[in-house]
Design a protein around this ligand. Sequence first.
Ligand code: SF4
Length: 411
Amino acid sequence: MSRLVKSKRRVMVEAVADKLHSRTHSPSKSSIYFTCPASTRFIAMYQEEPGPEAIYGTETHTLGETLLRQSLRLYDFDNKEIKPIEETIKGLTQYDDEMLKLAEGYANKAMSLIESERKRIGHDPIVFIEETLNMNWLMEGMVGTLDLGVIADDVMTVLDLKTGRSKVDSWVSKEDGKKEPNSQLGLYALGLYHSIGKLYPIKKVRIIIVQERIYHISEYELTLDELLEWERNVVIPAIDKTLEPNPTAVPSKGCKWCPGKDVCAARRNANLGLYETSKKQVDLLSNEEIDELLPKLDDLIKFAEDIKAHAIKRMLDGYKFKKHKLVYSRVTRSFSDNDTVAKILLDNGYEAYSKPKLLGITEIQKQLGKAKLNELLGEYITTTKGSITIATSDDEREEVNIESYKEDKSI
Ligand code: SF4
């Protein structure tokens, strides 16, 4: 098995790379700026603090890396020891059982990939773990961190661990129905090829996303020539557009990931344009128009929520809007000392306590377990469906049976 141990020299190179690191053009943000060149201006302006989900993702990667290094028996450069997993866990702020499960799932998949490549070629492949890729040839200071890279003679594989709950594929569909690489992973593949891969007889490139949280693995394969064609025809023109003096803003579903989403005028115009168009309609909307409008309304709602969140933040920072103020949306009352309140009520001849209330099914299931719950109480459990809502045709939930819905509701 190939054992790549981080050398002191590489640590220094990474430190320099960090300094030069172009935040605006990191591969992880490429899906935003490939669609909207202007987004790089907002990425440069606003450095968002990583939220809890981002921190959870980073820590899961750290844990996955430790597990993988243990499985490969990679030694730490300084103390010549394999870092114990307990030591890594001590440094994690959001560690839980699920994080361990996600990290183990990733490490197992990475190990089976390395092992199957070793068997296929009959010798050890070259393995890169959390490799910092210098991508200066695309844009000065651009770097990316690859979770796992494997070069096995003619096949180069890049693998990425995702910890979010929204499904991400290793490819995207173009308007003509053809596929091209997921931009982040495609950039990692280019980064690995240009920095090291050129030394090997690579013909085929595999891009894999592992998303243990939703049991999703996405794999996309292309030839090296196709990857390099994508670089020429898509990557380089997309980056060039971001470097124009006045890059174009192109609102899309990706706006929700853009740091400028709260203040971008192009996004406002796109959403309010939709509102204006609707307002001017004198005739009734056709069913086809409603079908077209529904998915856009989700963007409109998200846009409105982002603007409100931004305005609240500004006001909390001390800014006063002329026509608006902050208020509590709801005020609830509660007793500070329940026992004393009960005593006062009882002493004065009033009722203080309500009748005992049965625990909810979830709480009872926690005590009994699902099997015992069904055995003891199954015949007394009735299922009530929630309110109806609209989803896109490809949503995984079962379609509502209109007849039985109407019957239930006596419509
Ligand atoms: S909010 Fe949307 S349109 Fe505006 S810069 Fe960002 S990605 Fe582009």
